[in-house]
Ligand binder design. Structure first.
Ligand code: PLP
Length: 370
């Protein structure tokens, strides 16, 4: 059994991908070829944002908007402590300080009450200037943007949505990628929409941000490539990756539907065996992961492994306890919810092509771990 079955998906679209690759081999525009514009337009329309900028990775999709906001030394950007390292890593790469925030025990997303407290504390300490908030749509479920935007407006902070795991999800009918003024997503192969390498996309409703991003993507170019108005990066996505995404988008909405069915089956099969995910009313998850809680997690994982069933732990160590951020002076006990969840959480095989029989077998094994 596979944790994520990319081969089953490839079987459906292999011919389209090969045709796309062949077209690129013929026209030879490997960088910023016509496929790039095509996928940007397609995904901007899908998400419902006016502008999309394709980039080299999900990490660049977070780093570049921060560069566009000119965050740097002395600035604070608020990030949940329970997320992938790249969220806070992007903040640190600009020289700014990630200020960690605890999570909601039900959704695992940034807790608005802890966020408000962290902002107040940062203001009172007078060491850092609060600049922005980076909510993460963990495991595919959008964070609480209504509460977050209210806090952002009150303190005049920007909101940068980390939609790396949530492409295809929605909140009150609005798609992830359109839940803040700027959002970044990832096309790492294992994400809900993945390419065959690294890739990402930034969405924004702001024309000035768009212009800065286009410049930052090509080394801070001005009127042309050799007139440089700022320091940028090489943040471009390959035409070949765009071709993969174009083929995958043909079946992506259907796949999001298949993920809902798979998640609903798990929900039903796992009642009483583990704590199953809670999706808030108004949210539709992209189900990047199906993550559950069990007080004796390691034992359950071992039993599943003995039966040939792969699992993963996202995330065993909250970011405030990572060595990479030890200089920030956080301690165990600072974020009790994230620390407890990190000790009990694990993720089950999840993808659109998972078989009902496999899910039943997984549930039976977990249920036998009493
Ligand atoms: C995957 C991921 C990223 C980074 O994306 P890459 O494409 O791997 O650079 C950032 N944030 C979160 C929450 C992620 O899951």
């Amino acid at each position: 059994m596979q944790f994520i079955d990319l081969a089953a998906q490839q079987k459906r679209i292999r011919a389209q991908i090969e045709a796309g690759f062949r077209k690129i081999l013929d026209h030879g525009q490997y960088i910023l070829g016509p496929e790039i514009q095509e996928i940007e337009q397609k995904l901007a329309a899908y998400v419902g944002m006016p502008h999309a900028v394709s980039v080299a990775s999900g990490t660049d999709a977070l780093l570049m908007p921060l560069m566009a906001e000119k965050t740097g030394p002395g600035d604070a950007v608020f990030v949940p402590t329970f997320t992938f390292i790249a969220s806070a890593g992007a903040v640190a790469l600009t020289g700014a300080t990630p200020v960690f925030v605890d999570i909601d025990p039900e959704t695992f997303n940034i807790d608005p009450a802890s966020l408000e407290k962290a902002v107040q504390k940062t203001i009172a300490a007078k060491k850092l200037t609060p600049r922005g908030i980076m909510p993460v749509d963990l495991f595919g479920q959008p964070a609480d943007y209504k509460a977050i935007q209210a806090i952002a407006d009150k303190h005049r902070l920007f909101v940068l949505e980390d939609a790396a795991q949530s492409f295809g999800s929605s909140q009150e009918g609005r798609k992830a990628g359109a839940l803040a003024r700027v959002a970044g997503t990832s096309f790492f192969p294992a994400k809900p929409l993945g390419c065959y390498g690294d890739g990402g996309m930034i969405f924004t409703s702001d024309k000035d941000t768009l212009e800065r991003l286009l410049s930052i993507r090509v080394h801070g170019q001005g009127a042309d490539k050799y007139t440089n108005v700022r320091v940028g990066i090489n943040g471009r996505m390959d035409s070949l990756q765009a071709a993969v995404l174009l083929a995958k988008m043909e079946i992506f909405p259907e796949e999001i539907g298949m993920r809902q069915e798979a998640a609903a089956r798990y929900d039903q099969l796992l009642v009483g065996a583990v704590k199953t995910p809670r999706i808030l009313p108004g949210n539709v998850s992209a189900w990047a992961q199906y993550s559950v809680l069990h007080p004796r997690r390691d034992e359950v994982i071992r039993r599943l492994r003995e039966n040939g069933i792969p699992t993963a732990i996202y995330y065993p160590i909250p970011l405030h306890l990572q060595e990479a951020f030890s200089h920030l002076g956080y301690r165990e006990g600072d974020f009790p919810v994230a620390e407890r969840i990190a000790g009990e959480i694990f993720s089950l095989p999840m993808h659109p092509y998972i078989e009902k029989a496999d899910q039943e077998r997984i549930a039976a094994i977990i249920s036998s771990c009493k």
